[in-house]
Design a protein around this ligand. Structure first.
Ligand code: ADP
Ligand code: G6P
Length: 458
């Protein structure tokens, strides 16, 4: 069996300490079964970066790290990746910060990584590149003479053509994407957007099998919705919850990196409206919002943090009493088992992104529930997860009144309806867990290119 090489900006830790993250769990099996290598950026920038991948052996698979100097790292990561591509791909053109140094650094990193990676790749290796930070990498690897099959998975949404064209380098990005053999997305909506982008930008033609043909090269596109380790997460939630006390009041929960794409102000506006229009619920529920810091050197992230702190203060000031705090806000990461127990003890989860690739929190919440007395998931229509999780209460985060009504409906939903919805959600999750996701993508990458990918045509 050929070796699998995963390349992403974030790599698992060399000592295995952070292996609980979804992606690592998903790929660990495949990597250790066939002998694998995971390449990612070194955790800290270096003033004198190595020009080669620094290899570390683990018992299950190898880790290779590439180093960058601090300025290049900043312009690449905080700059182009997270101040241009992240906001643009999430439809927030008002937040993009276009700077010549950023795109220069972005191109340079893929060029450099390609030079380093080319030295450690074997002829039969199958290469799988992840996410928006490294889109040009296949183009650079092919320029360096590699003929291996290269796949790409975009974890975040792909915007529509009009939004995409606001990125000054949109034509380049389309061309870089066309260098891959297989491209996978979270949702059908993203596949449709790429078809449109390829047609418009590169005269791509959609073939009968769902592939795109560009200048005689066939590219396989498909929808591969990512998932979680469903059984593992369910077991962790059940076990940890036995060791902690349930909350005194029925709890609503939100768990998100503190990111403007997650619809946090909209969520709190909905909760505020719920409190305003349902005085009977005062002192009877509370909302726990856990939002750990993320990319906090980027201005837009500083702003969303300040905004959230102000709204939290306002809601607690307006409705709180000596004995009741309506909104608890924690700006920290928690161990995954604690998180799992918190989900299990929450009557309702609020997942309200304005645009999201998938949203794994929605899946974790469902997996963590007690099937005899499950809680209710409120899920934004703009999360990739909404394509699959139809038994959730689907909400529009821009409508505070609608959100307030859905909160009340969720809190008052009869047990039988909660069970029915949960059973359907859990079954679909269990049938499509994260190992199935990685196996399906890898299989597609190894098949002849003319084989249709799952949900190739939206
Ligand atoms: P994104 O990838 O944009 O951050 P997802 O919802 O897909 O959004 O994934 C977020 C992951 O981060 C989930 O696995 C979630 O459990 C984890 N996470 C979010 N907040 C916390 C926190 N405070 N502590 C620990 N893990 C967290
Ligand atoms: C999202 C992105 C990932 C990224 C993660 C954490 O899930 O799709 O590529 O790694 O957020 O963000 P960070 O900037 O801390 O790597």
């Amino acid at each position: 069996m050929s070796r699998l090489v995963i390349i992403s900006n974030r790599a698992p830790s060399v000592d295995g300490a952070s292996d609980s993250g979804g992606l690592v769990v998903a790929l660990k099996d495949a990597l250790s079964k066939r002998g694998g290598l995971w390449i990612g950026s070194a955790p800290a920038a270096s003033e004198d970066p190595s020009q080669s991948i620094i290899m570390h052996e683990r018992s299950d698979f190898d880790i290779g790290l590439f180093e960058l100097e601090p300025q290049l790292q900043r312009d690449f990561y905080l700059g182009y990746s997270n101040s241009v591509l992240w906001p643009a791909f999430h439809g927030r053109l008002d937040l993009i910060d276009v700077q010549p140094d950023y795109i220069r650094a972005y191109r340079e990193v893929s060029k450099r990584v390609a030079r380093m990676v080319a030295k450690v790749i074997g002829d039969d290796d199958v290469i799988w590149i992840h996410d928006y930070q490294l889109i040009p990498l296949a183009h650079e690897l092919k320029k360096a003479g590699l003929t291996n099959r290269i796949g790409f998975f975009l974890h975040i949404p792909l915007p529509d053509l009009q939004t995409f064209r606001a990125i000054p380098e949109w034509k380049d990005i389309a061309g870089w994407l066309a260098s891959y053999d297989v491209i996978g997305f979270q949702a059908k909506r993203d596949v449709a957007h790429l078809i449109d982008i390829f047609r418009h930008t590169l005269n791509g033609e959609l073939r009968f099998n769902g592939n795109m043909s560009i200048d005689g090269k066939e590219i396989s596109l498909g929808c591969f919705p990512i998932s979680i380790d469903v059984q593992g997460f369910a077991a962790m939630a059940a076990e940890t919850s036995r060791k902690v006390e349930p909350p005194a009041l029925p709890r609503l929960i939100g768990v998100d990196r503190l990111d403007y794409s997650k619809g946090l102000p909209q969520r709190l506006a909905g909760y505020e409206h719920f409190l305003e229009s349902n005085p009977g619920y005062h002192c009877k529920v509370s909302l726990l919002q856990i939002a750990p810091p993320s990319r906090d050197d980027v201005e837009a992230y500083k702003e969303i943090r300040a905004e959230l702190e102000a709204i939290t203060g306002r809601i607690n000031g307006r409705f709180g009493t000596v004995d009741w705090v309506p909104l608890h806000y924690i700006h920290r990461s928690l161990p995954r088992n604690e998180l799992a127990a918190l989900y299990r003890y929450s009557r309702l989860a609020l997942v309200t992104p304005l645009f999201d690739g998938m949203n794994l929190v929605a899946k974790e919440y469902v997996a963590a529930q007690d099937s005899a007395d499950p809680g209710v998931l409120l899920l934004s229509q703009f999360a990739g997860a909404a394509e699959e999780m139809k038994e959730a209460l689907i909400i529009n985060p821009h409508d505070p009144q609608g959100l307030a009504k859905a909160i009340r409906r969720g809190l008052e939903m009869p047990l039988e309806e909660r069970r029915e919805r949960h059973e359907a959600l859990y079954k679909r999750l269990a049938d499509n867990d994260v190992s199935k996701w990685s196996e399906t993508f890898i299989k597609q990458l190894e098949l002849p290119v003319s084989t249709p990918a799952p949900e190739a045509m939206p």
